[in-house]
Design a protein around this ligand. Structure first.
Ligand code: SAM
Ligand code: SF4
Length: 348
């Protein structure tokens, strides 16, 4: 496919790992649509060179959909009175972690709303039990907590922490997450890194009020913070939030952000998010061909999973065994294999 010389030069520059400024990132985001294959190919090549052809699997357990926050974009917000709320017991979480272990997947991701019902002690006890009873690598994704909690989680044996910055615009962040401030999010991320967690950040693409400049700042922030993992997914409007009905599920733009993130951050672990598969059945494979190298099959028990409604239409409501065999088929179709290794960022 013919693309202009300047577009080709810019993609080459990104592929070679040369520094890109904000204006150049915006140019990449706004290249004519016929340039996408070239951009995704460059990101795929860098992914192959830096983190190889294997896809790392992480098993996720969404253990509580209670949330004390009221983020405008999220279906779990406390203002959503229509959501039926659940909390998994410690034993249920351990049983589910054992199911993950049985499949050979080496990592569990424990995710929830911000739910102080699970106190520092409860989370530490869970970490201890998972380490003792399964030896899985533990990733937490439970939002903002007092900085001392992070220390306790790390000392007890948690290895990784996902805390997306969501948007690099302080004003937009404040608007989208009432009562929160961006500086605190940044402080949490810095602390997590200092404590030696493999740390993940990331954003949503297509948020109301988001501009291309803000997206470029997201990407510059990801490069500058130098976290180990990046979660990049499309914003999907939930009918029981203030953003009901907003059509913003832009897969093309999301894939571009993901591809540019790979080009800028080189050897990070980047999942093909569930949100991508939700807006397009091919979303996962498209992401894996545009720079992604991680997939997170959902092991939350089915009676709970249907209520973890961050956004509507979440897919993957099938058994763990079905998930794994379907994923293997998909991966083979694009010449990739599953790796049952911890999948640390190279050099970590
Ligand atoms: N409560 C924790 C937090 O906010 O970090 C973790 C759970 S939260 C549900 C996980 C992620 O869901 C958030 O980081 C956010 O990016 C994503 N999310 C929330 N609402 C969404 C929406 N409407 N569309 C797409 N992603 C969404
Ligand atoms: Fe709660 Fe996280 Fe959803 Fe915000 S994004 S409402 S903190 S679950």
């Amino acid at each position: 496919m013919f693309i202009s010389k300047s577009a080709g030069n810019l993609i080459d520059k990104a592929q070679d790992g040369k520094e890109l400024n904000r204006k150049e990132i915006i140019q990449l985001l706004t290249l004519p649509v016929n340039c996408s294959p070239e951009l995704f190919y460059a990101a795929d090549k860098v992914r192959k060179e830096q983190v190889g052809d294997e896809i790392f699997l992480r098993g996720i357990i969404e253990f509580s959909n209670h949330c004390e926050r009221n983020c405008l974009y999220c279906g779990l917000r406390r203002g959503n009175a229509k959501l039926s709320r659940y909390r998994m017991s410690e034993d249920e979480i351990i049983t589910t972690a054992k199911q993950i272990k049985k499949t050979g997947i080496p990592t569990v991701v424990l995710q929830s709303g911000e739910d102080s019902f699970y106190s520092t002690d409860v989370i530490c006890r869970l970490i201890e039990r998972i380490r003792k009873e399964t030896d899985l690598i533990i990733t937490l994704s439970i939002g903002e907590r007092p900085l001392n909690d992070y220390k306790a989680f790390r000392q007890t044996g948690a290895n990784r922490y996902l805390l997306k910055h969501e948007t690099a615009s302080k004003d937009l962040y404040k608007y989208l997450r009432p009562g929160c401030n961006w500086q605190n999010r940044l402080q949490c991320l810095r602390r997590l890194k200092e404590l030696g967690f493999e740390t993940g950040t990331g954003n949503m693409v297509g948020l109301p009020g988001q501009t291309l400049e803000i997206l470029a700042d997201d990407l510059l922030f990801m490069r500058q913070l130098d976290t180990d993992m990046l979660g990049i997914g499309p914003f999907i409007a939930h009918p029981e939030t203030p953003f009901a009905g907003i059509e913003n599920d832009d897969i093309e733009l999301t894939l571009r952000v993901l591809a540019i993130a790979r080009l800028l951050t080189r050897n990070t672990n980047i999942p093909a998010t569930t949100a991508l598969t939700t807006i397009d059945p091919q979303g996962r494979l498209l992401a894996l061909k545009a720079g992604a190298n991680v997939v997170m099959p959902d092991f939350t028990p089915e009676n709970y999973k249907i209520h973890y409604e961050i956004y509507p239409g979440r897919t993957d409501v099938c058994s763990a065994a079905e998930i794994i065999s379907k994923l293997k088929e998909d991966f083979q179709s694009i010449g990739r294999t599953v790796l049952y290794s911890p999948g640390n960022r190279p050099g970590k």
